[in-house]
Design a protein around this ligand. Structure first.
Ligand code: DC
Length: 220
């Protein structure tokens, strides 16, 4: 199976790039952030603080999480409910980042991610795909973009969904989340040693062409 890993911070554009790449190559795009978001949603619904580690851990046995792929779209099924429309808010972003620092949450999601990669050609995006989930991935990318470009993207995404926020708020929340994600003790969001760095501050088409040509070279 061909496994392409794309890691990077929020707003770097990895999910958008991964989506188009998957369509062009006929692979499945696995957005692993959605799994942490679904756990965050469950924790929020349960009324538990996302950094109350023992309470979060005791909830995990009540969670049945599955990914379903239909017409190239990933659906996150949380105890049988499609939660795609509920997990992209600023509040759930913060919950996801908090719960993702808990080692038991990460190991809870590990097999699900590895199993999809074992049985499909995939582009998987996240924070620890190249370092932890798929250390033997066919190609590993680490995607970045300038702080301005990333904050603008996140703001546009949230504004399009009708969330009341400001570019400054988005930037501050993004920086906080990046700090949490990259400094946590377990599986911090850092590049794998053999990752190829991609700067996605510029035009989307340029990034896409660059990644596509690298994948073609590595898989021929
Ligand atoms: O990619 P995203 O913004 O949807 O991810 C939401 C949160 O989940 C992010 O703050 C960190 C966490 N995450 C992670 O720890 N590991 C991953 N592979 C993907 C996401």
């Amino acid at each position: 199976m061909i496994n392409i890993a794309i890691d990077g911070p929020s707003g770097s554009g990895k999910s958008t790039v991964a989506n188009v790449l998957a369509e062009k190559l006929g692979y499945i795009h696995v957005d692993t952030g959605a799994l942490y978001r679904a756990v965050g949603l469950f924790v929020k619904r349960s009324g538990i603080a996302p950094d109350d580690e023992s309470a979060v851990v005791s909830l995990l046995s009540d969670i049945d999480l599955r990914l379903v792929f239909e017409d190239g779209e990933q659906k996150v099924m949380l105890n049988g409910e499609n939660v795609n429309g509920l997990i992209r808010t600023a509040e759930i972003s913060a919950f996801a980042s908090r719960v993702s620092a808990i080692p038991a949450v990460r190991s809870f999601l590990l097999d699900l991610q590895r199993e999809i990669a074992r049985t499909n050609n995939i582009i998987m995006d996240g924070r620890d795909i190249g370092t932890v989930i798929l250390p033997d991935a066919t190609v590993k990318f680490f995607m970045t973009a300038s702080d301005e470009a990333r904050a603008e993207r996140r703001f546009a995404e949230l504004a399009a969904k009708g969330e009341k926020t400001t570019p400054e708020e988005v930037r501050a929340a993004m920086e906080k989340r990046d700090r949490q994600d990259s400094t946590r003790a377990v599986a911090p969001a850092v590049p794998a040693e053999d990752a190829i760095f991609i700067d996605n501050s510029g035009p989307f088409d340029q990034t896409l062409e660059k990644i596509l040509s690298i994948i073609k070279e590595k898989t021929k």
